[in-house]
Design a protein around this ligand. Structure first.
Ligand code: IPE
Ligand code: IPE
Ligand code: MG
Length: 261
């Protein structure tokens, strides 16, 4: 029989790419640093907010594909603590977009079975944005097809500081001794205490840094960096990232038997 090489992924349709995925090797928890909205807009001589608006379409596609594939948790970085240092006009526009997204998308999230939650020092958000966030959290609290966690006013170091504060407070109340503190207990005090650590982190826009995202949780996460800007990161891009993830060998510091001896 003729031994033909398998077609490269760029010759395959999205549906064909999806069939190449091994359902047993999908990430349980996918984390995404959605970066490059501003550059997407600037390249089109549009205001930066136009890039943020377009980026919401990518968020929708990620949610839909995670649901289709059965990925249980998706955590997206939407606004960092450091992003408060941006011009007020951009911050206000982003907060307006968050409200708009939650007001228009809430019912769809409920229909899709998405549990919406936030992590971060969300008390810093403007009151009206915070009200929409709390309402969406409450209305979706019973759902569990997909755990969508949106990092808002989030900083990985602040999360660790907040965990330490929680630990020290309870140690002072006599709940445990310093020597009882282990990694599992620290995990319990993190914002993400009821999520597994991410298996895969995607960052778009060509930047190869973590920018203060999930510092504790990313210890053994596979990192995937792509030059694609977030508004261009759609279904096909995620399928390609997942295929690349499935080619990785996750060793967690061990040596596999085929390599040992
Ligand atoms: C990511 O896009 C979204 C947020 C940080 C809110 P950017 O706004 O950082 O876009 P670039 O990096 O300037 O292109
Ligand atoms: C990281 O992107 C934060 C979010 C995507 C929300 P930034 O654009 O703020 O990160 P830096 O400044 O390039 O590190
Ligand atoms: Mg950026």
């Amino acid at each position: 029989m003729e031994n033909r090489p398998s077609p490269s992924t760029d010759q395959l349709s999205d549906a064909e790419l999806a069939t190449k995925l091994d359902p047993d090797l999908l990430p349980k928890h996918l984390a995404v640093i959605m970066d490059g909205n501003g550059r997407w807009a600037e390249a089109r001589s549009l205001p930066r907010i136009a890039g943020h608006r377009e980026g919401i379409k990518s968020v929708r596609e990620m949610i839909t594909l995670c649901l289709e594939l059965g990925i249980q948790a998706l955590t997206i970085y939407a606004f960092s603590q450091e992003n408060w240092n941006r011009p007020t006009t951009e911050i206000n526009a982003l907060m307006g977009l968050l409200e708009h997204y939650l007001s228009t998308e809430r019912n769809k999230l409920i229909e899709q079975g998405v549990r919406f939650r936030t992590i971060g020092r969300t008390e810093s958000l403007p009151t009206s944005a915070l009200q929409w966030v709390r309402a969406a959290e409450q209305e979706t609290a019973h759902l569990d097809k997909l755990h969508l966690t949106v990092a808002l006013s989030y900083g990985g170091r602040s999360e660790i500081v907040d965990a330490i504060r929680g630990l020290v407070r309870e140690a002072q109340d006599g709940k445990f001794q310093p020597e009882d503190i282990d990694e599992a207990l620290v995990h319990h005090y993190l914002y993400t205490h009821d999520l597994p650590d991410p298996d895969l982190l995607i960052r778009t826009s060509g930047e190869t840094r973590i920018s203060n995202f999930l510092l504790w949780q990313l210890a053994y996460t596979e990192l995937y960096f792509t030059p694609t800007l977030w508004p261009d990161f759609r279904r096909r891009e995620l399928l390609l990232a997942l295929l690349e993830f499935q080619r990785r060998e996750r060793r967690f510091g061990r040596v596999f038997s085929s390599l040992s001896s």
